[in-house]
Each structure stands twice: as C-alpha cells, then as structure tokens.
Design a protein around this ligand. Structure first.
Ligand code: K2U
Ligand code: ZN
Length: 185
C-alpha cells in the first residue's frame, strides 16, 4: 500500500466529473487500499479518487470507526432539517467554512467486493458522505459559501497555495498525530 500525493485546489482534476467504475477489479481494490492509507496519513476521515488524481467514481470514509469504501456511490435520499457545520478539505488545506447540508442521507453503491451497499447516516458520517460524493462530481465545499465568505476563503488559499507546486500536496507516511506528544522528542 502507498501514501499518494494529494491534489490541491487549482488542479483541474478536482473539477472534473468522475467516470463510473465498470467492474471492481484488483486494480480498483489497490486504489481503495492506497486511498485509505493516504487518508489516514493525512489525518482525514474521508477521501475521494480525484483528490489523488484519479477519475474513477469512488471514495473512502472512516468516521469514528464507520469504515466504507464506496464505488459508484449516489445519494438516493436526502432528508431532515438542513444543518450547518464547519468543513475543511484535504485538497484545500487550512481553509474552513460553514456548509449547510441535509442532516440525513441514504447512499447506495458497491463495496470493495463489488457487492451492493446502502448506508443511511446523519451527523458527521452523513456530512462526510455528502462531501466525498460532491468530490466525485467536481464540487467542493467552498462552492456552498456565500460570495463574501468564498472570496475570503480563496484569498486565504492564494496565500497558502505557493506551498504546493504543481498543485501537489505530499503527505508523510504514518504522519499520524501521536497519542503521547511528550514522547515526540
Ligand atoms: O474529502 C476530504 O477532503 C476529507 C474531508 C472530509 C470531511 C470534510 C468536512 C466534514 C467532514 C468530512 C476532511 O478534510 S477530513 C478532515 C476532518 C477531520 C475530522 C473532522 C472533520 C474533517
Ligand atoms: Zn474534500
């Protein structure tokens, strides 16, 4: 398994529509495994294929131990009151904004074995699923911000983006926050 470089805002791959996966092959399973490795190393709770430069329609999530690899996922039901919460994105580091989303979604797709899977979730898992599925259609959380908040977010990104030549963010393998920082000497 490999930790892959993450594509950041400005890379056109983040704005492309992904392609449905025709069959869940060993190559797709390898990509899924690499995406989990990359997500954990980046201390994320979700990751979509375009964020590692791939156009397959798939994402991975791990929210408090609720772990899913979803191939060709789609939201089949969005319900409940809209809820606003702060979001970030591994592809737009250090930029945050409040996003309003339906509080509960039902998502259908295929798992890593090509078997149908259906997830109904609210809370952080529900939000993460919506964030990741947006990625698969070229949509980013900043698109939901008001004009002024998006302008402010993009101004901040303008200050940060020079750290990522060619829109590539390199992640150190195994770069998890230590549980015992006092030991990090
Ligand atoms: O797709 C991504 O960029 C990973 C996102 C997933 C996410 C964004 C907003 C709300 C929920 C999930 C995050 O950057 S992962 C970082 C993170 C970690 C803990 C809680 C929220 C976000
Ligand atoms: Zn994101």
């Amino acid at each position: 398994m490999s930790v892959l470089p993450i594509r950041v805002l400005g890379d056109p791959v983040l704005r492309q529509e992904t392609l449905p996966v025709a069959a869940v092959t060993d190559d797709i399973r390898r990509l899924i495994d690499d995406m989990f490795e990359t997500m954990y190393a980046a201390q994320g709770i979700g990751l979509a294929a375009p964020q590692v430069g791939r156009t397959e329609r798939l994402c991975v999530v791990d929210v408090d131990g609720a772990v899913y690899a979803l191939v060709n996922p789609e939201v089949v039901l969005a319900e409940g009151p809209k809820e606003k919460a702060e979001e970030g994105c591994l592809s737009i580091p250090d930029v945050y904004g409040d996003v309003e989303r339906p509080s509960r979604v039902t998502v259908r797709g295929l798992d890593r074995n090509g078997q149908p899977v259906e997830v109904t979730a609210d809370g952080l898992l529900g939000r993460c699923l919506q964030h990741e599925i947006d990625h698969l259609h070229g949509k980013l959380f900043i698109d939901y911000l008001s004009f002024l908040k998006r302008r402010s977010a993009l101004a901040k990104w303008d200050e940060e983006k020079d750290q990522y030549p060619e829109f590539i963010r390199h992640i150190k393998p195994g770069a998890r926050a230590s549980e015992h920082p006092e030991e990090e000497l």
